[in-house]
Each structure stands twice: as structure tokens, then as C-alpha cells.
Design a protein around this ligand. Structure first.
Ligand code: UD1
Ligand code: MG
Length: 454
């Protein structure tokens, strides 16, 4: 079989998105539309990928992970045939060329694979629609052979009755495609160079035209406005949720989970409603994520419970930990097994040893906390002097009294106790009680101020 070349058309403006961002850079499941198409294209291991961009200029190539794809600009959008033409200098004649669209994001590998195996000649991806309005119609002869594609605006009343439409996705022998594109004319209702006109040329030359239908209708749905974007997002999220359910994950409501990346789950994982997973997230066996938690680029260890409204970003969480509700783990947090992080606790760039607890209202930044440490409510590491950041080190089995400020750089020795309300500016010895607050006094007979007479 001939090598595969792929063209992705992504030059359109997307007027109906009412956005300054080029249409193909709007996100679906946290990833630009065109990146979905590029990732699918790559999965076919083609010899060459060429992205045709135009509106939005360099923003399109800049936003995409390149993987060696070629980018060609289509300065003015003169039609799909003209767009494909821009890519032709980069394609090899002895290949076949697959044409994809940057605004048709959910095309699947399996459907394209089927097209590749449909036979020699021209392969069109078509669908039957109850309401075919707006699409190019597939015109067949009495034997059922495809004759040509007629665009909505050029179609006769009889042709408008045809329910089989062109999705736009097609596969053509590259040398033939080059020849056909050279013959395109724009004397049609829209004054455009229609890619679809190559079908009649193929038929005229006796090139067989095959048709393939996608496994799912949503694979060929294009995005023109925010309604379509929102509805395709739901379709895709439902697919992801269905896969998770099929693997045995408990979802309290499969319609209320958002996965914007890759979510890998072990056995007996439970996810309550409203949770968002971004980037690469791994939930090990028996992890439970309660409602409205947001987890990005994190590994969560076995049997850990993330209580409601917790935010975890770029962190490693061990087994049997308890996090939240309302906890925030910022990038660089590493929790060892059995750690507890409670409500309104923020941790950044810190390691928390096994069995250690920070259960209430704390900020722990740039710290190394040993094992079995108890961090009292309201404890703050003062890691920043306005210019530089410094580390706090807390030894194993230390007990930090409530409302302590640890002015970094500072080290609390193993087994040390810090009295509540202390401001610790110097290292504290292991095993001893250190405190830094003034003694409590009572002023006998003190009177509260009263308002003066006017
Ligand atoms: C096209 C097809 C039509 C098909 C429909 C499916 C043609 C002539 N018609 O019509 O048969 O049913 O798609 O959605 O091909 N683009 C460029 N540069 C251009 C023109 C278009 O990059 O100069 C890109 C657009 O950004 C878009 C895609 O090509 O992603 C399709 O273009 P559009 O103008 O929307 O084609 P339709 O008129 O919908
Ligand atoms: Mg058009």
C-alpha cells in the first residue's frame, strides 16, 4: 500500500464563534480542536502531515505541538480546493493523501483506517442526514455509483432531496489529486474552488469512487459556533464517562464529570459529581474523589480520599491520605502515605512525611516536613521576604502549636514542640519545647473606653 500523506485544513475564520481566537484553537476537552485532529492523524503514522492555516496567522502553528508537521499559509480563503492546493508542494506523488479538517475534531482512527482499506481510487467519507441542508450532496447513478458532489447552493430541487452528504473527509491518490486540483474552476454559486469538484473528474477518468461511513455521527460533526462546541464537548465527555464506567469506575453521575486530558483509574475508584480532571491524572485503587474537586497532573495513591472542593495541581499524593474538604495542593507538593491535609490548608512545593497532619487553616510553602508531625491550626511558613524564598524543615514527630509562624529559613528539630502562637525565627532544638510569646498578664481594674459626650 502507498505511503500516507495527510492535509489538515485549518484556515477558516470561524466568524460565528464571535471570538478573537482562531476557530481551530478553541478547546474541546481541554485541547485545541485542531490538536485533536493532528493527534488522530499522527496515530495513522503518515509519511507527511501538512496543516493549512490562514486566519489567526502564526497563532495556529505556535499553539500546536508540531511532531514534525509542515505548516503552509493560505493567505486568502478561496475555497477548499484552493486550500488543499497550498499543501501539494509538500506531498509525494507516489502516496495517497487524506484530507481532514481542523474544525472536525472527533474523527476517529478506526474510521480513517476503514477508509484506508476501502480500496484503490478515491474514497469519500459520507453520512446520511435527516436534515442535509447546507451540505454537499452525493449524487449517484442508477447503479448506485457516485457520479459527483453538488454543493447545496448549486443543487437542483431533486438533488436537494438527497440525504447522503459529503463530510469533506476524503482520501485520494496524490498524483491524481494534484492533476485534478490543477483543473478546478470557480464558476459556481459561491465563486470558490471546490475540492468536491474532483469527484466528477475522477469518475470521468474511470477512477473508482468508494464511500465509507463513520462509526458514529459525532465523528464528522464540524464546529462553527459555541453551541456546536458545547454540544460536541458533552458528546465527548459522555464517551469518556462511558469508558470509565465500563472499566468499573463508579461515577455518581456520568453526565457530571469533565476529563480534559487522560484519567487513569484503578479498581473500585469512586468519583462524585462536578469533578474536573486535567492533564494526566492517575487515581490508584479505591481512591474516592468527592464532589467538585479539581485535579490536574497528579498521582493519587491507593485508598486516598479527596474530600469535596479540593484542588490538586502537579502533586504526588501517597496511599491512605485524607485531603480536604477545601484543601489546595499546589505544584511540587508531595504527600507521603497516611498524610492528612484538612480544610483551608494550602501546600506548595513541599514534602509532607508519612502520617503527618495539617488539618486546619495553614500555609505550608517550600517546606520539608518529616513523618508523624502535627501542624496546628493556623500555622504559617513565612517563606518569602519579598525578594527571595527560603525553606522550612520540620523534623519527624515534631508538634507545631496552633497559630505558629515559622520564619524561613528555619529548622524545627525532631520531636520538638512549638508552643501555640509562637513566631519562630531561629532553629529549635530536637525534643524540647520552644515558644516565643510573652507571658499572659491581667491588668487589674482596667476599664474599657467609653464614647465621649457630644
Ligand atoms: C464543505 C464541502 C461540502 C461538505 C461540507 C461538510 C466543499 C466545496 N464543500 O462545504 O461538500 O458537505 O464541507 O462540512 O468542499 N477551508 C479552508 N480554506 C478555504 C475554505 C475552507 O481552510 O479556502 C476550511 C474551512 O476552515 C473549513 C473547511 O475547509 O474547516 C470547510 O470549509 P467550508 O467553507 O465550511 O465548507 P462548506 O461550505 O461547509
Ligand atoms: Mg463554504
Amino acid at each position: 500500500m502507498n505511503a500516507l500523506n495527510i492535509i489538515i485544513l485549518a484556515a477558516g475564520k470561524g466568524t460565528r464563534m464571535y471570538s478573537d481566537r482562531p476557530k481551530v484553537l478553541h478547546n474541546l476537552a481541554g485541547k485545541p480542536l485542531v490538536q485533536h485532529v493532528l493527534d488522530c492523524a499522527i496515530s495513522l503514522q503518515p509519511q507527511q502531515i501538512c496543516v493549512v492555516y490562514g486566519h489567526g496567522g502564526e497563532a495556529v502553528p505556535q499553539a500546536m505541538q508540531l511532531y514534525g508537521a509542515k505548516f503552509v499559509i493560505q493567505e486568502s480563503q478561496l475555497g477548499t480546493g484552493h486550500a488543499v492546493q497550498q499543501a501539494m508542494p509538500h506531498l509525494q506523488d507516489d502516496s495517497r493523501t487524506l484530507i481532514l479538517y481542523g474544525d472536525v475534531p472527533l474523527i476517529q482512527h478506526s474510521t480513517l483506517h476503514q477508509m484506508q482499506h476501502a480500496g484503490e481510487g478515491l474514497v469519500l467519507l459520507t453520512v446520511n442526514l435527516d436534515n442535509p441542508a447546507g451540505y454537499g450532496r452525493i449524487v449517484r447513478n442508477q447503479e448506485g455509483d457516485v457520479q459527483r458532489i453538488v454543493e447545496q447552493k448549486d443543487a437542483s430541487p431533486e438533488e436537494l432531496e438527497i440525504s447522503e452528504v459529503n463530510t469533506g473527509i476524503m482520501l485520494a491518490p496524490t498524483a491524481k489529486l494534484r492533476e485534478w486540483l490543477g483543473k478546478l474552476r470557480n464558476d459556481n454559486a459561491q465563486g470558490e474552488y471546490y475540492l468536491t469538484d474532483i469527484v466528477a473528474m475522477a469518475v470521468q477518468q474511470g477512477v473508482v469512487v468508494h464511500t465509507v461511513q463513520p462509526a458514529h455521527g459525532w465523528e464528522v460533526e464540524g464546529i462553527n459556533n459555541k453551541m456546536q462546541l458545547a454540544s460536541l464537548e458533552r458528546v465527548w465527555q459522555k464517551q469518556i464517562a462511558t469508558k470509565l464506567l465500563a472499566q468499573g469506575v463508579t461515577l455518581n453521575d456520568p453526565a457530571r464529570i469533565d476529563v480534559r486530558g487522560e484519567l487513569v483509574c484503578g479498581r473500585d475508584v469512586e468519583i462524585d459529581v462536578g469533578c474536573i480532571f486535567e492533564g494526566k491524572v492517575t487515581l490508584c485503587d479505591r481512591v474516592k474523589v468527592s464532589a467538585y474537586s479539581v485535579i490536574r497532573n497528579a498521582n493519587i495513591g491507593t485508598a486516598t480520599h479527596i474530600a469535596a472542593y479540593s484542588h490538586i495541581d502537579s502533586s504526588e499524593v501517597g496511599a491512605d491520605c485524607h485531603i480536604g474538604p477545601y484543601a489546595r495542593l499546589r505544584p511540587g507538593t508531595e504527600l507521603h502515605d497516611h498524610a492528612h491535609v484538612g480544610n483551608f490548608v494550602e501546600i506548595k512545593n513541599s514534602e509532607i512525611g508519612s502520617g503527618s497532619k495539617a488539618n486546619h487553616l495553614s500555609y505550608i510553602g517550600d517546606s520539608t516536613v518529616g513523618s508523624r508531625v502535627n501542624i496546628g491550626a493556623g500555622t504559617i511558613t513565612c517563606n518569602y521576604d519579598g525578594a527571595n524564598k527560603f525553606r522550612t524543615v520540620i523534623g519527624d514527630d515534631a508538634f507545631i502549636g496552633s497559630d505558629t509562624q515559622l520564619i524561613a529559613p528555619v529548622t524545627v528539630g525532631k520531636g520538638a514542640t512549638i508552643g501555640a502562637g509562637s513566631t519562630i525565627t531561629k532553629d529549635t532544638p530536637a525534643g524540647e519545647l520552644t515558644l516565643s510569646r510573652s507571658k499572659q498578664v491581667t491588668i487589674a481594674g482596667w476599664l474599657r473606653p467609653v464614647k465621649g459626650k457630644k
